[in-house]
Design a protein around this ligand. Structure first.
Ligand SMILES: Cc1cc2nc3c(=O)[nH]c(=O)nc-3n(C[C@H](O)[C@H](O)[C@H](O)COP(=O)(O)O)c2cc1C
Length: 194
């Protein structure tokens, strides 16, 4: 597949995509307000059937991380989780200086199905991560049991039709290149011509 194609520069758009990786371990500082605005602007450019904007972002930093952890802990108690999980929940958001909970927020439509709207919201998670990386930040898209827990959704005052599609942890990478990707997957493994 284009074996002779020259590699794009790392800071080019294609270079960003080809070199994208997650960062499991981040620290302060995270994106500031101006950077967050840019990151969100990038996310608002995801493909969006009929421009329904079927997503919302719940951002937490500083005391917001405490409030998010408290909501996670209350959900853990209500869900009957183990003492270890309950204890861990409180500190969970503090693994990054900025945590964005991305919510699929479906809009009434007779044309755009729910799944389309949820996929649109999911696209924003990756776009947020990529935009943050373009600004030099690292990030990790997490799910976990809280993403499926309706009690936690109520803790965040989300509607019954809303669905968290990811928790994006963003900050300054702890290490220069934390998770070196050994061999990039061979595209032929996943390409099937019809
Ligand atoms: C929907 C979704 C949920 C994920 N949830 C988690 C998670 O809860 N914990 C985790 O360590 N990685 C999770 N991942 C995977 C990481 O975001 C990341 O992609 C993975 O660690 C591989 O690293 P890479 O992105 O650098 O290839 C999730 C990915 C997706 C798309």
């Amino acid at each position: 597949m284009g074996g002779m194609t020259p590699l794009p520069a790392p800071d080019s758009a294609l270079g960003l995509l080809l070199n994208r990786r997650s960062c499991h371990s981040v620290r302060a500082p995270g994106p500031d307000d101006a950077e967050l605005e840019l990151i969100l602007r990038a996310a608002l450019r995801v493909p969006d059937f009929q421009r329904l904007r079927p997503y919302r972002f719940l951002a937490a930093r500083d005391e917001g991380l405490d409030r998010l952890g408290q909501a996670m802990q209350r959900a853990a108690v209500a869900a009957g989780k183990s003492a270890a999980v309950i204890e861990r929940s409180l500190r969970m958001p503090h693994r990054a200086p900025l945590v964005i909970t991305v919510v699929a927020s479906p809009q009434p439509s007779t044309v755009v199905p729910l799944l389309d709207q949820q996929l649109c919201a999911a696209c924003t998670v990756l776009t947020l991560q990529l935009a943050a990386r373009a600004l030099g930040y690292g990030g990790l898209w997490r799910s976990g049991w809280l993403m499926y827990d309706r009690g936690f959704h109520r803790e965040l005052e989300l509607g019954e039709d809303e669905q968290i599609v990811g928790f994006l942890y963003l900050g300054t990478p702890q290490h220069a290149e934390e998770t070196p990707h050994e061999a990039v997957q061979d595209p032929h493994d996943v390409l099937h011509w019809i």
